[in-house]
Design a protein around this ligand. Sequence first.
Ligand code: KG4
Ligand code: ZN
Length: 338
Amino acid sequence: MLILGIESSCDETAASVSENGTNILSSVISTQIEEHKKYGGVVPEIASRRHSENILGVVKEALEKSGKTLEEIDAIAVTYAPGLIGALLVGVNFAKGLAMATGKPLVPVHHIAGHIASNYIAHPELEPPYLCLVASGGHSHIIEVLSHTDFRVVGKTRDDAAGECFDKCARALGFPYPGGVHIDKASSLGNPDAYKLPVPRVAGSQYDFSFSGLKTAVINTVHNASQKGETVNANDMAAAVQRTISEILVSKTILAARDLGYKKIVLAGGVSANSGVRNKLTEECQKNNFELFMPPLSLCGDNGAMIACQGYFNYKAGITADAGLNAVATMPIDKLNS
Ligand code: KG4
Ligand code: ZN
């Protein structure tokens, strides 16, 4: 079965053709990072406009590179939630038009489910149930993946997402947007013990995260230093930030896995590219005898292949949409089928 997957939830316009979910025939990603860099973050209206300009070319290229024609495609999958509403609307309307014009089924895909599905592409042997840590620019979740299409959130961030925290700390240290990857590089040159950063306590759920206090501590340290005419050592602070975020994400995931009886752990989302998170999770999974699955770096960020893959599983589960499909900015992953 051939699926065309379309993604436009943030600052990447992406499309992919995949066969039976996991065999990627093509994957095209047009990123807008250079343009948003000037503003230090994603400007929603610019993102929508660029998606509008790029989407036809990206989809055409994905079809060409796959060696398949539009007629041969069996279903059209698209990210409809969550994300920047204007950005999502471009992909949703494009996919709706294509589905209506060709008479092919339209398959709605939740962006986080897509990130999780990137692991099925890399590890075809991976089967639910398992526990997944999803950390991206907009989300930090611990999710029970009960089946390919059934999810239960057991922990989430109360404020900033892990990726957002990486990016805001990076900005305070003078790195360009998106800063996560710069923190990653700089931290390999720094001493994480040089700065002591707060590890937040979250009242209520022991599996929930909070990153805003950490972000504020870094920003305050940088400002206080500059008021005294001093500078913060960016490599040392990057190393401290990376170690703190990695420890928070991994310790809560391991705790949840132990409590809930999961021995299979999966990592997903843009922050899954972070070397500190990957190393810490690998180390802790080894200690606990847990099996660990992580996406390759090429599938960590937003891409169309993960949407095509999750689109395949959704279609198999009978999840399709009609012309009434709308984009939704906020949509919990465990409220999909209710
Ligand atoms: O999943 P994603 O591409 O987009 C969203 O759905 O949000 O995640 C983007 C986030 C950004 O915050 C980016 O800085 C972060 O992932 N990121 C990283 C690394 N690579 C990407 N954070 C830390 N270390 C990295 N190597
Ligand atoms: Zn994403």
